[in-house]
Design a binder for this molecule. Structure first.
Ligand SMILES: Nc1ncnc2c1ncn2[C@@H]1O[C@H](COP(=O)(O)OP(=O)(O)O)[C@@H](O)[C@H]1O
Ligand SMILES: [Mg+2]
Length: 368
């Protein structure tokens, strides 16, 4: 019997909004998503994961327990996914499980994604590939971003394209035209939704400024925007990667010191910051891009998309849906693809992106 071409990709990103699970057919031709579900994280687990982003009392135990809870959330998402698609676990070749990043310290030689692949293999009866970032870090890289190789596999075209994933953090993949000699490269631009979500929760009592409606009624504040843009990370040359350890509520509070602003204007300014940082990254490092393809939850924020169009003009800005992959499925699909790369022992990091010494096979396998 030929081996199954069905893979599951699981993504839980910096936003901590929930698990994105896709079931994809990675046979010949373009990847085809058979089913996608978004499984919200229980508030208790979300809070536990958030707390684990900083050091604290008894954190090893708390991390181990949170990992177990995550594995159960993943398994629940997969159960739902397989039921929707009417597919049996034994028909799935492998799961690519990113895990939840709680520390990212490539300069210290490590990056930590909480995960429990052994438990997930037990619960699902499916091979699990996990810990995709460590090998790249071991090879001197940042271990991030990892999606660029996948973006290149599915979105590269005859003209130059920038792919921008707007999750908690935003990252850019520069795709030179097919056949061009220059390598694909990419890096984390800076904050994506992470500050928008934090501010909306604090002042709107909602986890998300849905569709950017709240920000749409505010005005970006010039002085605050200048302060926000005055951040050494934005001036660092790539390769570079970042996360909540840099862009968080404390960072924002420091920038707001002494300013008395309407909360809605702050939200508008934060939205503008995300757009500006991405627009500057495109302009500075990939000005030849003719199109900017947006994926990740940020694609659903209409105000952000409008600001991004202004920041990237005259380039065309469009959601990845226009290219056949729904914006909220791209990252999870990338981890299904990365699992396949692992099983086929193909390298999946791009040294021009991560700064690693060379191409490496990513991930570790936990057989079912
Ligand atoms: N309808 C929406 N309106 C505004 N923002 C949205 C919407 N849907 C999703 N988002 C944003 O996208 C985030 C989730 O994006 P996602 O790509 O899953 O990021 P991550 O990979 O960091 O989890 C949410 O936290 C929210 O900020
Ligand atoms: Mg998410």
């Amino acid at each position: 019997m030929p081996e199954s071409t069905l893979f599951i990709g699981l993504m839980t990103g910096t936003s901590l909004d929930g698990v994105d699970a896709v079931l994809a057919d990675l046979g010949a031709g373009a990847p085809r998503v058979r089913a996608h579900i978004h499984h919200a994280l229980a508030d208790e687990l979300r809070q536990a994961l958030l707390r684990l982003n900083a050091s604290g009392d008894d954190e090893l135990h708390r991390a181990a327990i949170a990992s177990q809870h995550l594995a159960h959330a993943y398994a629940a998402a997969i159960g739902e996914l397989l039921q929707t698609a009417e597919v049996e676990p034994q028909d799935v070749r492998a799961i690519g499980a990113h895990g939840q990043t709680v520390r990212h310290r490539p300069e210290a030689g490590y990056t930590i994604q909480l995960n429990a692949p052994a438990t997930l293999a037990e619960l699902t009866g499916i091979d699990v590939v996990a810990d995709f970032r460590s090998r790249d870090v071991a090879a001197g890289g940042h271990g991030a971003p990892l999606a660029p190789a996948f973006h290149a596999a599915v979105f590269r075209a005859a003209s130059a394209r920038a792919v921008v994933n707007i999750g908690g953090i935003s990252n850019l993949t520069a795709l030179p035209p097919l056949g061009a000699e220059v390598p694909v490269f990419g890096f984390d631009c800076g904050p994506g939704n992470v500050l928008l979500d934090a501010w909306a929760l604090e002042h709107l009592g909602e986890p998300v400024d849905r569709n950017g409606r709240w920000a749409a009624g505010g005005l970006a504040h010039g002085e605050l925007l200048l302060r926000l843009l005055d951040e050494p990370y934005f001036r660092l040359p790539p390769p570079k990667s970042t996360g909540r350890e840099r862009f968080n509520g404390d960072w924002l509070r420091r920038k707001l010191a002494g300013l008395a602003l309407d909360a809605r204007d702050v939200q508008a300014t934060l939205t503008r910051l995300t757009a500006t940082v991405i627009g500057d990254a495109v302009e500075r490092y990939f000005a030849e891009a003719a199109q900017v393809i947006v994926c990740g939850g940020g694609a659903f924020n209409a105000t952000l998309m409008d600001m991004l169009r202004a920041a990237c003009a005259p380039r065309e800005v469009l959601a990845s849906d226009a290219l056949g992959v729904a914006a909220d499925q791209v990252e999870a699909l990338a981890f299904a693809w990365l699992a396949r790369q692992h099983l086929e022992r193909r390298a999946a990091n791009l040294p021009a992106v991560t700064g690693a010494r060379g191409p490496r096979v990513l991930g570790t396998l936990c057989p079912r």
